[in-house]
Design a binder for this molecule. Structure first.
Ligand code: NAP
Length: 325
């Protein structure tokens, strides 16, 4: 049987687009079709570096390319919505980097537009597609560690970042929460769902984006989750899920694990491995292709409802810490 191809376009060929593009050849059926940049030179350089067939010197030209099925939107967060609407309007399926938009109303509008146009849309929360993370969620569901009582997770990057950097620029949706905090928040949401209570505190930069943020969440009937994120210090970047009968420890880089350790009360710890090649973005790309070829408009592994619940949480936390875009 011949393999069904899915023709990929990349919009905004910057840092993460390069890491993603390097993984695309690992996905059976992925065709590197086109790149769209604000500058023809950048588009051409990126296309040549990764082997894309065509280079477009504007996002509109990429959106209008009839030989592209799905566009990966990889601009800074503040520009996700505009670029994704452009592609959806042109009838393209879209995979939109995280966080999908700056706030809940914009995310809801984008999802509504994709549904109306009948195209697939997924937020690129690649962690949820990682095989080890999927196994962790299954084990918890099966009761391997009993009733989950607590989750601890952190994600901090080594600073300092210059004031002009995307991470500190409020016009680009800067700050630790939207860039890094989304990972521990997604992990907590994957395991415990929506919290009954959220308390947050952050220290803000002179530009008034959060640089050091802590969030405490409470869940009925009694679980707690404590997460931190930071752009001024590299923390352990690991996660622990504790239950009444054991715990699961995700190593440093918990958002892209190749293994984890299962501790069951009274038993020796068990290391469970999920080795893979590449950077780990092939799993989200493969899920997009599967869904697009099946005619689905959203993925059951990162559904629209999850994106909206996460954006609701991010908005709530931002209100508490006083970050306004
Ligand atoms: N999934 C992950 O692991 C991961 C990791 C890092 C970042 N991200 C997400 O990916 C997105 C992009 O992050 P990044 O670090 O790759 O960003 P970046 O390199 O700073 O920017 C990406 C590209 O966006 C385009 N762009 C459009 N308007 C822009 C503007 N006003 N200022 C700057 N660039 C603009 C530029 O491409 P052209 O000028 O060529 O069009 C730029 O190269 C963010 O939303 C971030 O949260 C995800």
């Amino acid at each position: 049987m011949t393999e069904q191809k899915v023709r990929w376009g990349v919009l905004g060929p910057g840092g993460i687009a390069a890491t993603f593009a390097a993984d695309l050849p690992l996905v059976p059926g992925a065709e590197l079709a086109a790149v769209g940049s604000r500058s023809a030179e950048s588009a051409t350089a990126f296309a040549e570096r990764f082997g894309f067939a065509r280079a477009h010197g504007s996002y509109a030209d990429l959106a209008a390319d009839p030989e592209v099925d799905v566009v990966y939107i990889a601009t800074p967060h503040a520009f996700h919505a505009e670029a994704a609407h452009l592609c959806i309007e042109a009838g393209k399926h879209v995979l939109v980097e995280k966080p999908i938009t700056l706030d809940l109303p914009a995310a809801a509008q984008l999802i509504a537009a994709a549904r109306e146009k009948g195209v697939f849309l997924m937020e690129a929360m690649w962690m949820r597609l990682n095989p080890a993370i999927r196994r962790v969620a299954e084990l918890v569901e099966e009761g391997a560690i009993g009733w989950v009582s607590a989750i601890h997770a952190d994600f901090g990057l080594q600073g300092p970042f210059a004031a002009e950097h995307r991470l500190r620029d409020p016009k680009l949706g800067g700050g630790a929460l939207l860039d890094l905090g989304v990972y521990p928040i997604n992990l907590v949401h994957l395991i415990l769902g929506t919290p009954a209570s959220v308390q947050a505190w952050a220290h803000l930069t002179p530009e008034r984006v959060d640089e050091n943020t802590g969030v405490l969440m409470g869940f009925e009937p009694g679980a707690v989750a404590a997460i931190t994120c930071s752009i001024n210090g590299e923390s352990r970047n690991n996660a622990t899920i504790t239950g009444t009968d054991g715990r699961i420890e995700l190593p440093s880089g918990f958002f892209v694990p190749r293994s984890f350790v299962l501790h069951r009360a009274g038993k020796a710890p068990e290391t469970i491995e999920f080795p893979f090649e590449g950077n780990g973005y092939q799993f989200e790309a493969a899920e997009v292709q599967r869904a697009v070829l099946a005619g689905e408009l959203e993925s059951p592994l990162m559904p629209h409802a999850t994106t909206l619940e996460i954006m609701t949480l991010l908005d709530t936390i931002r209100e508490e810490i006083g970050v306004v875009y």
